[in-house]
Design a protein around this ligand. Structure first.
Ligand code: AMP
Ligand code: MG
Length: 427
């Protein structure tokens, strides 16, 4: 067992923007986040049974080869290849058999054969197996056509993984297949990062936290919090619900304190711009270490980044569309880094557009999109950033470059499925 490591704290100025920067291009914002954040979670030993979705803290090294010993890949008859040749081969059968988990203890002399089943260790003297379907036998003799290839239908020791080989790197987020691999090479425990804890706070006087409540005309239901909590859980983090705070500095501060005590990072939504009612950014500026990043992105733009009690706060915009896009594009890779899993980039696919669009230079743009049956990207009819139905309709985003562009149907565009942000799409 290794002692749990306490990672260094984030630097106070980790979100500082260089002087004079007005609009930060998306790539520059991402590069800054990537350069300044690092893993903040300690590590613990974990049984493989509990390791799904967890982040490896140290490279996994095979304790045993897979397969550990040469064995048969089929049900058939095993023998020494050197004693066989061309034409019909007739070999006397030894009594007994070799099966998976039931090794044949004796040796098979040259010129003899033994019944052998899939997964059985090759007995001494056997290097080749002929498939049962290719043989005739009366129980005394087995007959098949030669020549057969040496070592056919066998698996060599270590042909999959050799003992001592590194199989998975630190930072790997363990998949179901990884659990199979770890188990196969005798690793019942791994050293993993503690799960990242991320708290979520909604802000706004207009919000009604209870989705079953009676809303007054000036009130709206809180849509961002359930979305963000679900995103975090889907990314394998522990999501902490900080509820909702009205636009009041002291109440927001109290929730942020709670977040800083119970989590490794906080996501807020709403109040992140620089207006009169933007209480989150005002508070973070007054009592935290705010940097307002004016990111050249649509939807989105202002992203308030700050440390509060040493914990990073990502102040997302209140508009649900902008909140989701900013969470996927900026918060996800940053949280991934904090979690020990390293930076993450969504895998994009270049597909023909099923839409027309003209955009000006200056801002990268993300459109709610999904693929048609013929594999073209169609986009949601309205671009309004309060249109939550479009978020739900979409199964991904089309990313348009920072530069000006004109898209006509059939032109190639970059499609980023929700799945490539680690998010389930409705199907
Ligand atoms: P803000 O960023 O606070 O200026 O909010 C921008 C828009 O998003 C306003 O129309 C808010 O009412 C709306 N909004 C803010 N937070 C939420 C939320 N949690 N759920 C739904 N809409 C919200
Ligand atoms: Mg607001």
């Amino acid at each position: 067992m290794t002692t749990p490591l306490t990672p260094p704290r984030l630097r106070n100025d980790c979100f500082a923007m260089p002087q004079g920067v007005e609009w930060v291009p998306v790539d520059k914002a991402l590069a800054l986040l990537r350069a300044r954040l690092h893993a903040v979670t300690g590590t613990e030993a974990l049984s493989v049974a509990h390791a799904h979705g967890r982040v490896l803290a140290a490279p996994a090294v095979a304790r045993r080869s897979n397969p550990p010993r040469p064995n048969s890949a089929v049900d058939g008859y095993g023998f020494a290849h050197a004693a066989t040749g061309d034409g019909v081969q007739r070999l006397p059968l030894l009594p007994g058999r070799a099966a998976a988990g039931q090794p044949f203890e004796g040796a098979v002399p040259p010129g003899a054969a033994l019944r052998i089943l899939t997964g059985a260790i090759l007995p001494q003297g056997v290097d080749t197996v002929v498939l049962e379907e290719d043989c005739a036998t009366d129980g005394q003799i087995v007959a098949f056509d030669g020549p057969v290839k040496r070592a056919i239908n066998t698996r060599q020791a270590g042909e999959d993984v050799t003992e001592g080989a590194p199989i998975l790197p630190a930072g790997r987020v363990l998949t179901p297949a990884d659990l199979a691999l770890l188990s196969a090479v005798g690793l019942g425990h791994v050293q993993a990062h503690r799960r990242l804890r991320v708290a979520v706070l909604s802000t706004g006087d207009e919000l009604l936290a209870d989705p079953a409540g009676q809303a007054a005309p000036h009130q709206i239901f809180d849509a961002n919090r359930p979305m963000l909590l679900a995103l975090l859980a889907g990314w394998g983090f522990d999501a902490v619900d900080l509820g909702h705070a009205p636009d009041d500095a002291d109440q927001i501060a109290a929730r942020l304190d709670q977040g800083a005590q119970s989590a490794d990072a906080v996501l807020t939504s709403g109040g992140a711009s620089a207006g009169d009612e933007d209480h989150v950014s005002r508070l973070l500026r007054a009592r935290g270490t705010l940097s307002s990043w004016r990111i050249a992105v649509k939807p989105g733009r202002p992203l308030a980044l700050a440390l509060w009690g040493g914990v990073p706060v990502f102040g997302l915009p209140g508009n649900p569309v902008a909140a989701l896009v900013c969470a996927l594009v900026f918060a996800r890779p940053a949280l991934s880094l904090l979690s020990g899993a390293g930076w993450s980039e969504p895998q994009g696919f270049v597909v023909p557009a099923a839409f027309s669009k003209r955009k000006k230079a200056g801002r990268r743009e993300y459109l709610r999109a999904r693929l048609t049956d013929s594999g073209q990207a169609e986009v949601f009819a309205s671009e309004g950033s309060g249109r939550i139905s479009g978020l739900s309709w979409a199964s991904g985003l089309v990313e348009l470059p920072d530069a000006a562009c004109t898209i006509a149907p059939g032109d190639l565009v970059r499609y980023l499925p929700y799945a490539s942000f680690g998010v389930r799409s409705g199907g």
